[in-house]
Write a new protein. Structure first.
Length: 320
C-alpha cells in the first residue's frame, strides 16, 4: 500500500510547487523570509490534516491545538528564528462551542510552549460545506531572526553530518494512509499493538513535539548549518529541501531506534520500506546538519540525539 493509494499524491504536490514558483519564486523553503532592517521576519502556515478525524472520534480536541502550533513554529525555527506570534483559522459546518474552546485552549498551550503570542484568529461557520460535527483548522506563525544569524543551508557541504532529534510519535502527517490501513484491517482505535498497553488511538493522537527550545539550546552549543522539519514526505523528501545543489544524503537506517508503531504500520499495511521513509518521520521529527566535530559535541551534550546519516557529493537519497 502507498500514500497515493490512500488518496495523497506527494508527486502532484511537488509538481504544484514547481508550477507556482512563477508567481512566488521564493517558495519551497520551510518558512518564507521578509527582510526588515537587520532582521528577517519568517512566516509559515500549515494545518493538521486528517489527524482531525481521529480527534473527532476520540474527542481529543485540545491536542489538535498543540499539533497546529507545532506544525507552524517548527517550520519557522528551521531558519534559526524565534516565533513571535500565531493566528488560527477554525472552520466548521455547525459551531460546537465546547470543541472549539478546547482546540483554542490547545493552541494557547502550544503558543506558551513555543514562546509566542496567540495574537488572534478567525472562526467560520459554513453550513453544507463540511460534514456535520467536523471542523478544519489552519495556523499561521511569524518569527524573527537577525540576518547574521540566519540558518539557510548554504554552508552545507559533503561530509557534514545529519543529526536526528526524536519525534513524539507520528506527529501530524501520514494519517490518510493510517486511516486506510486501519479501515482495511478493521482495526479499532481501542486496540493495543505492543506491551505498553497504550491504545492505538492514544499513540496516534500524541501531540506533535514543539522543538523551539531544543533547537535554540543546540544553537547555543554549535553552529547549525541547516535544519529540516520532518513532515509530509518524511526524511526522504524534507532533508534535501535544505541542501545546496549537487549534494545528496545517505541515511543510516539502523542508527536510531524506530518506534514500534511505525514497524506495526509497515507490517499491517504491507508498505514498502522507501514508502515508509517518504511518508512518516520514522521517529525523527527534526534534523540538523553540522560538521562532524560539532555532531560529536552536540551528541555529548544532548543524550537524545542520534547521528543518522551524512551529506554526500551525489544528488539523491540513499537508505543504507
Amino acid at each position: 500500500m502507498t500514500y497515493k493509494d490512500a488518496g495523497v499524491d506527494i508527486d502532484a504536490g511537488n509538481e504544484l510547487v514547481k508550477r507556482i514558483k512563477k508567481f512566488a519564486p521564493d517558495i519551497g523553503s520551510f518558512g518564507g523570509l521578509f527582510p526588515l532592517g537587520d532582521n528577517y521576519l519568517v512566516a509559515s502556515t500549515d494545518g493538521v490534516g486528517t489527524k482531525l478525524k481521529f480527534a473527532n472520534t476520540l474527542g481529543r480536541h485540545e491536542t489538535i491545538g498543540i499539533d497546529l502550533v507545532a506544525m507552524c513554529v517548527n517550520d519557522v525555527i528551521t531558519t534559526g528564528a524565534r516565533p513571535l506570534f500565531f493566528l488560527d483559522y477554525y472552520a466548521t459546518a455547525k459551531l460546537d462551542i465546547d470543541s472549539a474552546e478546547n482546540v483554542i485552549k490547545g493552541i494557547a498551550l502550544g503558543c506558551e510552549e513555543a514562546g509566542c503570542v496567540l495574537l488572534g484568529g478567525e472562526t467560520a461557520e459554513m453550513p453544507g460545506f463540511y460534514n456535520t460535527n467536523e471542523y478544519d483548522v489552519s495556523g499561521f506563525a511569524v518569527g524573527v531572526v537577525s540576518k547574521k544569524a540566519l540558518i539557510d543551508g548554504t554552508k552545507i557541504k559533503a561530509g557534514d553530518v545529519i543529526v536526528g532529534i526524536p519525534s513524539s510519535g507520528v506527529h501530524s502527517n501520514g494519517f490518510s494512509l493510517i486511516r486506510e490501513i486501519l479501515h482495511r484491517n478493521e482495526t479499532p482505535l481501542s486496540a493495543t499493538i505492543d506491551e505498553s498497553g497504550v491504545s492505538l488511538g492514544d499513540q496516534l493522537t500524541r501531540p506533535t513535539r514543539i522543538y523551539v527550545n531544543k533547537i535554540h539550546d543546540m544553537i547555543k552549543e554549535a553552529p547549525l548549518k541547516g535544519i529540516a522539519h520532518i513532515t509530509g514526505g518524511g526524511l526522504v523528501e524534507n532533508i534535501p529541501r535544505i541542501l545546496p545543489e549537487k549534494l545528496g544524503i545517505k541515511i543510516l537506517k539502523r542508527s536510531w531506534e524506530i518506534p514500534h508503531l511505525f514497524r506495526w504500520l509497515q507490517s499491517v499495511g504491507s508498505i514498502a520500506e522507501k514508502e515508509m521513509y517518504r511518508t512518516f518521520n520514522m521517529g525523527i521529527g527534526m534534523v540538523v546538519i553540522v560538521s562532524s566535530k560539532d555532531a560529536d559535541k552536540l551528541c555529548q551534550k544532548f543524550d537524545d540525539l542520534s547521528i543518522i546519516g551524512e551529506v554526500v557529493a551525489d544528488e539523491g537519497v540513499s537508505l543504507v
